[in-house]
Design a protein around this ligand. Sequence first.
Ligand code: ADP
Ligand code: MG
Length: 698
Amino acid sequence: METVSAYFGSLVFDDRVMKANLSAKVYNSLKKTIDEGAELDITVANAVADAMKEWAVANGATHYTHWFQPLTGVTAEKHDSFISPSPDGGVIMEFSGKELIKGEPDASSFPSGGLRATFEARGYTAWDPTSYAFIKGKTLCIPTAFCAYGGEALDKKTPLLRSMEALNKQALRILRLFGNTDVKCVRTSVGPEQEYFLVDREMYEARRDLRFTGRTLFGATPPTGQEMDDHYFGVIKPRVAAYMEELNEELWKLGILAKTEHNEVAPAQHELAPIFSTTNIATDHNQLTMEIMQKVALKHGLVCLLHEKPFAGVNGSGKHNNWSMATDAGANLLSPGDTPHENAQFLLFLVAVIKAVDDYQDLLRISVATAGNDHRLGANEAPPAIISIFLGEELTAILDAIENDRPYDAVEKTVMKLGVDVLPKFSRDTTDRNRTSPFAFTGNKFEFRSLGSSNSISCANIMLNAAVAESLRQFADILEGADDFNAALHTLIKETIHEHKNILFNGNGYDDAWVKEATEVRGLLNYRTTADCLPHLMDEKNVRMLTSHKVFTETEMKSRLDITLENYAKTVIIEANTMTDMAKKQILPAVTEYAASLASAADAKKSLNPDIVCGYETKLVTKLSLLADTIADKTAALEEAVVSVRAQNDVIAQAEAVRDTLLPTMAALRAPADEAENLVAEEYWPYPTYGDLLFGVR
Ligand code: ADP
Ligand code: MG
C-alpha cells in the first residue's frame, strides 16, 4: 500500500509542484505574490496557467473551474473545458493566464441582496493565489473570490481576505513598536474542529424531513440516548471506521491535514479536526472537507448530516474555530514568551482580543446566526448565546494583579512591571476544558465555539479579524504617540483590563444564574435568535468599524443582512411545509390506519363474544382519535402561519414572524405527533424512528 506521504497533496498544485514545474523566475515572482501580495504580471500568470494545465491534464483533469463561496453557504463551480479546436480538426488543451486570473460566471443565479441590478447580472471571479489550486474528479479547481462588476463582494472570501489584511496592517504597527522590524506580515491561523452525524442512507431516504431540511422535524425520544456514555472515545464501529479511513485518504490527497477523529457526545456523532493553517486556506479546506465528507459517506451507504440539530433532545453539532495570529516567521502572537519583552507583547495582543470580543459581542453572535444554529446556542449543550471569554484562573489572576498593581505571586510580593519583569509562568494544563464557554483561551490560541457545524467559518473569522484589527488600531494610535513606551504600554494594558473585564467569565455558562448575572449585572448581550441579533449588524458602531477597515462597504453589509434574514425565513418555511406534508400524507394516515385496525380487532372479538370488553383497544382508539384531531388542527394552523409569514414583505418583520409565530406553531404540531408515535405499532409507523437512525449504523 502506498504510504500517506507518497500521496499527501497529490491532487494539489502546491509549492512542491510549482517549484518542479515553473522556471525559477516565474516561481519567485509567484512566490512574491503569494507571500507578500505583490501584483501578478500577465506573463507570469500565463506561465503559471500553462504549468497548471499540464499538471492537471497529466493528473486526469479535462476541465477547470473557478471555485468560489457565494452567499448561499455552499461552494459554486462553473466548469469550462481546456479543450480548444485546432486547425487540423483535432483539439488542443488550452488555459491562459487571463483565464486563470479572472472568470466571468453568470452571477444572476447567486444571491446578491440587491447589489447587482438585473441589467448587470455578471460578476467576476478573481484567483486567490494564496490558496492552492486542486483537482476534484476531472476538474482543476481554482480558489477564487467573487465580486460584482462594481467591485462589491458577492462571496465570503473577499471580505475574509480584506479582514486578514486589516489585521495584518494594524498588527504590524504594534510589532514595529516592539522593535520587530523583520516581520513582513501577520496572518491569522485557524484550525476548525468539525462535528457531524452519520446515519444509514436507506433510513435517511425514508425520512422526508432529513431529505428536505437536513434535520428531523418529528421523532419521539429513543429509550436510550446519551446516558449510555460509552460512545465518546469509545470503539469506532467498523462501518464508521471504513468511512473515516477513506475520508482521510481523500482529504490527504487534497493536502488537507485531517488529524484526529473520535466519537462525539451523541450516538452516531463524530468529529474531524485538521491541523491549523492560514485562515483563508483553512476556510477553503473546511468547505472542501464538508463536501468530501458527504460524498464519501454515500459510497459507504451512509449520509453525513452537517445540520446543527439533526435530532431534538440529542446533542447538536458545532464547529470549534481555534484561532491565533502569527508572523511570517512563524511566531505565534498569542503564545506567552520567556522574556519580559515577549510577555508584554503577548499581553497586549491578549487584551486586544479581550477588548475586541467585548466591543463586538454582537458581531460575533451575528457571525454564527442561522436557523439551524439557533437550536443549539443556549441549549445547555452548546455555548450560551451570550458571548463571554474564558481565560482560566491563572491568567485571570495575572490580569487582576496587573489591573490593581498588586503582586501576582504571593510569595515574591513584587508588583510586576510590564516590559521589565518576567510574566509568571502558567501551565497550559490549567487552561482547563471549560466546554461551556463560547470563547476560550487554550494556552496559545482562542477557541470560538459558537459556530454551527454547517456554517462557513468565513463569517466568524471576518468579524473576529476585523474586531481585533480595530483594538490594535486604537492601541497603535495611543502607543505611537507615547513619549515613554513602557509606561504607556503598562497603562494601556491596565486600563483595557479594567474596561473590559466584564466579558471575562470562568464559571459554568449553562447555569441560569449566569444568564441573570451576564445580562442584569454585567450588561452583556443575550441575542437568543437570528431574528434578535441580525438587525444589529447595521448598528452605527458596527458599520463604522467594518467600513473603516475596508472589510465591507455599507451596501455590502445591508445586502448580507437581507440575505441572511431571507435564508433564515426560507429555511424555516421549508421546514414548516415539510411538516405539514408529513403530517397529512404520512402521520395522520398511519394513526388512522392503526386506530382502524384496533377497532376492527375489537369488533372481531366482540363478534365472537359480545361480552368481551376490549378496554385496551377502546381506550387506545379514543386516545389516537383525539391525537389525530389535534394533529389535524395544528397542521391547519401551521399552514395558516406559513401564509401569514410569507405575506410579510420586510425582511426583519418576516424574521420576527418566523421567531414568534412559525417556530412555536411547528413545536405545537410536533408534540402530538411524537406522542402518537409512541402509541402506534411499529409496523404502522411510516418512517424510521430516532432509535433506528441513531443506533442503526454498526
Ligand atoms: P484540543 O482542543 O483537543 O486541545 P489542540 O489544542 O491540539 O486540541 O488543537 C485543536 C485545534 O486547534 C486543532 O485543529 C489545531 O490544529 C488547532 N490549533 C493549534 N494551534 C493553533 C494555532 N496557533 N492557531 C490556530 N489553530 C491552532
Ligand atoms: Mg477544541
